[in-house]
Ligand binder design. Structure first.
Ligand code: NAP
Length: 342
């Protein structure tokens, strides 16, 4: 079989102002570097589009460097090794790596992680068995210090991270789990996944909807113990009001603000954190990679026996990656948005 010498790849054509559009992206062809000792040539099977990539499209300093204009975009991907000059990696191995947004990639062995492709379809290693799953677990258990009996509220609950947070919380003994999402179909999906209550945040003030969702919680508990924040803004403000004394918040993301050109107006009630003695703690999943094995040991069996379900929205074809990214930001996905390459 002759090996590919060029790859299709997405480049950043211009920086988005507000919501990204297709004009911000360019699908180009580029030559592949010749394989050197210690490297592998990988054919991507599936690539990931994630909300954090929106931040990298701005020219600002952050915990990951910004994408450069006219340069290829990158991000999570899972692929098959087509050729290897690296010890321990062979043709046919399936690996996770960081050169997504393209068909093929040449990488040093140290930049790929071999996965057991017999465990699940390739896409799962970008979602429940990958970074997304670890984010849900680490945020809930290590950052928010969840314990059995807690009442949990998660926003962005029908998305990749959120749908796992709610289900993991239930499996670990949460007394009541509430999720918010953007459509009635997503709300129905959350109830099907075992959330105790769910609401569409478009249906009225979040504070009021949260009160209603809490009404069914068992016992004397009138508020929430853990808020897993994927959204920020009004969601965070409502959660602060509803948190119990010593409540904990995992600040995972603030997607309601990623495309806004105005500064956020909420939360306006942050001072409540003093009297309630709340903990609000931001985190980045990369700092929790030491828990990957612990997470896999807990969740892999639950995924296999169907106690935790992972949802995916699958788009086909490299050429649809930019559109899938834009659609994900707008809520077109339930569960993890992935792009498969045939
Ligand atoms: P996702 O939830 O699968 O997809 C994004 C979702 O955000 C959309 O489906 C949409 O669903 C929702 N959304 C968009 N605009 C919104 C708005 N204005 N208000 C409320 N919801 C809105 O994405 P994900 O990969 O699981 O990421 C979820 C969050 O976790 C993001 O904030 C992301 O940045 C964060 N994250 C953080 C880390 C970390 O290390 N800290 C790692 C991974 C992800 P609706 O239809 O429900 O609106």
């Amino acid at each position: 079989m002759s090996l590919p010498t060029i790859t299709k790849q997405f480049e950043l054509a211009s920086r988005p102002e507000g919501w990204p559009t297709l004009e911000n992206f360019r699908l180009a062809e580029a030559p592949l570097a010749e394989l050197q000792d210690g490297q592998v040539l990988v054919k991507n099977l599936a690539i990931s589009v994630d909300p954090y990539m929106r931040g990298r499209m701005n020219d600002v300093k952050s915990y990951v460097p910004p994408f450069q204009l006219d340069q290829p975009l990158d991000g999570g991907a899972v692929g098959e090794v087509l050729a290897s000059r690296a010890e321990g990696l062979a043709e046919g191995d399936v690996v996770v790596h960081g050169l997504g947004w393209r068909e093929y990639a040449v990488l040093p062995a140290g930049a790929v992680k071999k996965v057991d492709a017999s465990l699940a379809p390739a896409t799962a290693f970008l979602g429940a068995l990958g970074m997304t799953g670890l984010t849900a677990y680490a945020g809930l258990v290590k950052v928010a210090e969840f314990k059995a009996g807690d009442v949990v509220f998660v926003s962005g609950a029908a998305g990749a991270v959120g749908s796992l947070v709610g289900q993991i919380a239930k499996q670990l003994g949460a007394s009541w789990v509430i999720g918010s999402a953007g459509t009635p179909e997503k709300v129905a999906k959350l109830l099907e996944l075992g959330f105790d209550a769910a609401f569409d945040y478009h249906d009225g003030p979040i504070k009021e909807q949260l009160k209603v969702a809490l009404a069914g919680a068992p016992g004397e508990n009138t508020g929430i113990d853990v808020y897993f924040d994927n959204v920020g803004g009004e969601h965070l403000e409502a959660a602060i009001s509803a948190l119990n004394t010593f409540g904990r918040v995992a600040l995972c993301g603030a997607i309601s603000q990623y495309n806004s050109t105005e500064p956020p107006v909420a939360p306006r009630n942050l001072a409540l954190a003093i009297g309630k003695q709340l903990t609000l703690r931001g985190f980045i999943v990369n700092s929790y990679s030491q828990y990957a094995d612990e997470y896999a040991a807990l969740v892999a069996p639950l995924l296999t026996n169907g106690k935790i379900r992972y949802e995916e929205t699958v788009v086909h074809g490299i050429e649809n990656t930019a559109q899938a990214f834009i659609d994900m930001l707008a809520g077109a996905n339930t569960g993890k948005m992935v792009i498969t390459l045939d």
